[in-house]
Design a protein around this ligand. Structure first.
Ligand code: FES
Ligand code: MG
Length: 583
């Protein structure tokens, strides 16, 4: 098959014709080959005249959160056939948090590229994207934004609540507690094994409002998943129904020609941010939403998150910030009920994958449990948790989850105790000779996108053991790393530019004074510009972690946290040039 083939553009832009028609209806050599090879798989002449629906199945035994996807795909296919389409299942890379080293964030962009190219390079008229674990849904939304063929997200759903001794357990908020108690000698090996078996007792992703639940909620809030999809527990029969409906609906989207860029507008992204802030969602969502927005050609400054956060009451009572888990959220009405409560703060005219607007989708929505989903009048907190800090220590911004900060640290001046890298931190943090007190500011360098690499979730710098013994539970901590959705404390993260590219963070030395003022949104290193310039002369970039392969590509092309950690070459050209000229 050496003959030159149609370019991707000529297939994708073949007017109103379905993309699959260009493959299957031509009477030339390639039409013959496409029909012949496809019919050999059992598809009939009649099938080849129907819209082809790609089903992106990210099942993998290396990704627990997607272990049940083959079953869900059966229901999606049923829906596609019923609606008059032809399902064609395909795989992509699948990334699950527990196994991937050094961090799944390294592979998010790889998954986005894989998914985009699979969508563009095949006779697919529309696609169902099955995602679940933390980085998978953002990767798929980034791909959908770039490929811009009709697409719908089906998330795999959260696990059922863990149960032990009458207690409800959450992964992985309670994983920390059990292992700490075991380390302290308070529970035995046997008791630890019982807890291991009880906490993850079904298919599905983590069932607290961590990154997976946050991104599933975002897929719904942004309009790319059917209403109600996010919260249905993975093993609940209603997720099968949702899968079938999703299969039917993608055929409808193809018929109506509704594409991701018709749905994921600037207003839809604001809706997603509002839902995230009202839900106490993960800070990781900020990086992912910036990346998605930029794929659509739109800048998304950190200040937008700060503005929406300060206007949005926190009303969803879910762990780690609240009391309940996804199972109770589902029973309380799920994302549609939350959005109904938030309706005055949402852009109601945004189009969604139902073919209707947000407002139209919410007509029937209602809260069934007012303790899980609070009202705007009686919120858990009057605003969302995220504040954006600026100053010479983070000229391109840093984040702090202000609701998790101890009151006395919201305005603080302290002297830096510097760790040059994650390895240095691990080596010295519990050293009895470390010069540190409760007013110190712990600074971790080289844990950012290029530095660590791929910005691992290590921004919750541990309190030094000798201070823990004195009863100290919170300190100001600064890094260019990320944090998991379950972290708490005065943690300043995502500092940009990161240390590994020569951000001011790289120049901090032990004993320097640092000032944090959350209400003024300020983060300052009290060192003169002249002294910083002197230090910069002797600063040397750390050696890259990779000298070949995907790791090297990541190192060379990844953007900073405030630009979503996407690869520069994956952005639309105009936006890329604009952003690079601002550097
Ligand atoms: Fe997949 Fe937590 S490990 S969502
Ligand atoms: Mg996580």
């Amino acid at each position: 098959m050496a003959e030159c083939r149609d370019s991707e553009e000529s297939v994708a832009e073949s007017g109103d014709k379905l993309k699959s028609e260009a493959y299957f209806q031509e009477k030339d050599l390639w039409g013959f080959i496409h029909r012949s090879f496809t019919k050999s798989m059992g598809y009939t002449e009649e099938d080849l005249r129907k819209p082809v629906i790609g089903i992106c199945n990210t099942f993998s035994e290396l990704n627990k959160c997607h272990s049940h996807f083959n079953e869900l795909v059966d229901y999606v296919k049923r829906g596609v056939w019923q609606a008059g389409g032809v399902p064609m299942e395909f795989p992509t890379i699948s990334i699950g948090e527990p196994y991937v080293k050094p961090t799944t964030m390294l592979l998010r962009n790889l998954m986005a590229m894989d998914t985009e190219e699979m969508m563009k390079g095949h006779p697919i008229d529309g696609v169902v994207l099955l995602g679940g674990c933390d980085k998978t849904v953002p990767a798929q939304l980034m791909a959908a934004a770039s490929a811009n063929i009709p697409a719908i997200v089906l998330t795999g759903g959260p696990m059922l609540n863990g149960r032990l001794g009458g207690r409800s357990l959450g992964a992985c908020t309670d994983c920390y507690g059990f292992t700490l108690e075991h380390k302290a000698g308070n529970i035995s090996d046997e008791e630890l094994a019982v807890a291991e078996n009880a906490i993850c007792r079904s298919d599905g992703h983590c069932m607290v409002m961590g990154t997976a639940s946050t991104m599933a909620s975002i897929a719904e809030a942004i309009g790319m998943a059917l209403p109600g999809c996010a919260a249905i527990p993975a093993p609940d029969s209603r997720r099968r129904h949702m899968s079938e409906r999703t299969g039917k609906q993608i055929v409808e989207l193809v018929r109506q020609g509704i594409r991701p860029r018709d749905i994921m507008t600037a207003a839809a992204i604001e809706n997603a941010i509002t839902v995230t802030m009202a839900s106490g969602g993960s800070t990781n969502a900020i990086i992912h939403l910036i990346a998605i927005s930029q794929r659509l050609g739109m800048k998304l400054p950190l200040e937008t998150f700060d503005r929406i956060s300060s206007q949005t009451p926190f009303i969803l009572n879910l762990r780690p910030s609240g009391k309940y888990q996804m199972e109770e959220y589902f029973e309380a009405g799920g994302v549609p009920a939350l959005m109904k409560e938030l309706e005055p703060l949402l852009h109601g005219d945004c189009l969604t994958v139902t073919g209707r607007t947000v407002t139209e989708n919410l007509v029937q929505a209602a809260t069934l449990d007012g303790d899980v989903i609070r009202t705007l009048e009686e919120p858990l907190d009057s605003q969302g948790g995220i504040a954006v800090l600026r100053g010479n220590l983070a000229p391109d911004g840093a984040l702090i989850k202000q609701t998790a900060v101890s009151g006395h640290l919201k305005k603080h001046i302290g002297r830096a105790v510097v760790f040059e890298s994650p390895a240095d931190l691990n080596k010295r943090i519990d050293d009895p000779d470390l010069v540190v007190d409760e007013n110190s500011v712990l600074v971790l360098k080289n844990a950012g996108p290029k530095g660590a690499p791929a910005m691992p979730e290590i921004g919750q710098i541990p309190i030094p053991q000798k201070l823990l013994k004195q009863g100290i539970r919170d300190m100001v901590r600064i890094s260019d790393a990320r944090i998991s959705g379950t972290s708490y404390g005065a943690l300043i993260v995502h500092a940009a530019p990161e240390a590994a590219v020569g951000g001011t963070l790289a120049l901090v030395q032990d004993g320097d004074e640092i000032e944090l003022d959350i209400s003024a949104r300020r983060l300052e290193l009290k060192v003169s510009d002249e002294e910083l310039a002197r230090r910069r002369v002797s600063w040397q970039a750390p050696k890259p972690h990779y000298d070949r392969g995907y790791g090297l590509l990541f190192h060379e092309r990844v953007l900073q946290a405030n630009l979503g950690c996407d690869f520069d070459f994956l952005l639309p050209v105009e936006l890329r040039e604009e952003l690079l000229s601002e550097r």
